[in-house]
Write a protein that binds this ligand. Structure first.
Ligand code: SF4
Length: 87
């Protein structure tokens, strides 16, 4: 599993810290997340997604990427409260 903490722009003016993880036990490497959140995710040498640029994309795009993962490999949580934002 690959885990990284992102600091992203939210919908409102306050930035909040979110944590993104990709479960490599289920990631099939179809690159949907990389297509949607082009900077926040990248494919590693094993052609599995990994968190990339922490400032790359908005929280909305990261959540959209997570929602469109066909195997629900991406988990997004609020880094401050621990609240699970997706799934
Ligand atoms: S969308 Fe899901 S299965 Fe596809 S590369 Fe990203 S994490 Fe892996």
């Amino acid at each position: 599993m690959s885990v990284s903490t992102f600091y992203l722009r939210g919908v409102c003016t306050m930035a909040r810290k979110i944590t993104v993880s990709v479960d490599h036990d289920v990631c099939v490497g179809n690159a949907m997340c990389v297509t949607i959140a082009t900077k926040a995710f990248e494919l590693n040498d094993d052609r599995q997604a990994a968190p990339a640029n922490p400032d790359g994309d908005t929280e909305e795009l990261v959540l959209e990427a997570a929602e469109n993962c066909p195997v629900a490999a991406i988990t997004v949580t609020d880094g401050d409260t621990g609240e699970q934002l997706f799934p």
